[in-house]
Design a protein around this ligand. Structure first.
Ligand code: T4K
Length: 390
């Protein structure tokens, strides 16, 4: 039990957990089914190149999300690159800086300039007013991120895109299984990109997909995914290798069969965190709109500026206990080396990004957590913030 400052590992007590507790501990949905499918893959010698399990996974995901096309890909970053390429974006694309670096990298990798717009400090998603102020004659699109699975202000972004004739697409890496006004994410903009990385609540080891209701765009993406091949000896488009292997599709199908359980577990943990963190001063937890579908994967807390212990010191205290909380997405893409010189006045243009990035801690979630583990994690946070620790 951790009840006092002297109980903390950072002051010499033994850590609360013997083994590290991770933020992105992978889910395994239906293990039995996965092993059965793995066996089938080995026996059939069909390992990749749009095999039957990839096709089955795509169909199941399309049905689950109510979207016409799901094109499975080898990871979320390549999926972003292929979407950007398929939409023929050029010049500048507006993105949040408060996101995983892959959102910005996907643009830079293709020779485009990511232009960082600010976020709304309440939602952590792009602020439409900031987006509007960043538009120049070189802007060709908006790549918005549904951060933590909470949808952006899709309607406002759509309006801006239409008004300025820009393409709108979404990095929905966090938002598989979430909805906006009752419609599942995957159905908005020209297309939406999801990640099925091991650390996502729904994983295919590595993987991702582009979701779209646009038939022509879907055809083009399928071409690009497989080197532009239209026949054995015919190539009609410049392409790359974005294919998902069969073993990953097997994992995806096994996880999809268990998706409601995975979400239920996340939600149970989320509610427990809410309960145990509720009365802790200086700490607030982000909320999900209970009217919508959510995957409840991200347990995100914000540390108030007035807290006697800084966010970074709370992280140190948690790590000493083997609770490997993360500072996602500090310090913001604009402060990472490749992008630093793009910004001359970040304090003015990205004030909310800078403020939020200083406040956020992401806590562990997943099926491996019990109520008593969550209680312990929260009790460490309670002591850490209760008085001046250092
Ligand atoms: N857009 C957004 C908004 C994203 O968040 C991401 C990915 C992407 C695009 C790109 O999608 P992908 O190309 O990745 O499909 C992790 C993930 O690698 C990354 O997928 C994810 N976002 C990002 C938020 O987190 P790292 O470098 O922080 O991961 P790492 O290795 O530190 O793992 C996190 C924790 O999970 C560790 O404590 C260890 C634990 N873990 C991890 C793996 C891989 C496990 O327990 N088992 C595992 O197999 O980036």
């Amino acid at each position: 039990k951790i009840g006092k400052k002297k109980d903390l590992a950072i002051f010499g007590a033994s850590p609360a957990f013997q083994e590290p507790i991770h933020v992105g501990y992978p889910n395994i949905g239906n293990k039995e089914l996965f092993l059965k499918l793995a066996d089938k893959i080995l026996d059939s010698r069909r390992f990749t190149n749009n095999g039957p399990l990839v096709q089955e996974l795509e169909q199941r995901i399309s049905k689950y999300l109510g979207v016409k096309h799901c094109i499975a890909l080898c990871n979320g970053t390549i999926a972003l690159e292929i979407a950007i390429r398929a939409l023929e974006l050029k010049g500048e694309v507006i993105v949040p800086s408060f996101t995983f670096i892959a959102t910005a990298h996907a643009l830079s990798w293709l020779g485009l300039t990511p232009v960082f717009a600010d976020i709304d400090p309440k939602t952590h998603c792009l602020d439409p007013n900031s987006v509007r102020s960043m538009i120049t004659p070189q802007t060709s699109g908006i790549l918005a991120v549904h951060l933590w699975g909470r949808p952006c202000d899709i309607e406002a972004l759509q309006e801006i895109a239409e008004c300025y004739n820009l393409e709108l697409l979404f990095d929905a890496a966090h938002a598989f299984g979430c909805s906006y006004r009752g419609t599942m994410i995957g159905n908005f903009g020209r297309c939406e990109v999801v990640s099925f990385h091991a650390t996502k609540f729904f994983n295919t080891f590595e993987g991702g997909a582009i979701l779209t209701n646009d038939d022509q765009l879907a055809d083009k993406i399928r071409l690009i995914r497989n080197f532009g091949f239209t026949g054995y000896d015919q190539v009609d488009h410049i392409g790359t290798n974005g294919k998902l292997p069969e073993i990953s599709a097997a994992m995806g199908i096994s996880n999809l069969m268990a998706i409601n359980d995975l979400i239920r577990t996340n939600q149970r943990n989320y509610n427990l965190y809410l309960r145990y963190l509720e009365d802790i001063p200086f700490i607030s937890m982000i909320r999900y709109n209970s009217v919508e579908h959510n995957n409840y994967q991200y347990i995100v807390i914000e540390v108030d500026e007035q807290s006697p212990t800084t966010r970074d010191d709370i992280i140190k205290i948690l790590h000493a206990e083997n609770i490997l909380a993360r500072k996602y997405f500090w310090p913001g893409c604009h402060n990472m080396k490749p992008y630093r010189n793009l910004y001359i006045d970040a304090n003015r243009f990205l004030k909310n990004t800078n403020d939020v990035a200083k406040r956020v801690i992401v806590l562990p979630n997943g099926y491996h957590l019990s109520e008593s583990m969550i209680e312990t994690i929260c009790s460490v946070i309670k002591i850490a913030t209760s008085n001046k620790i250092f």
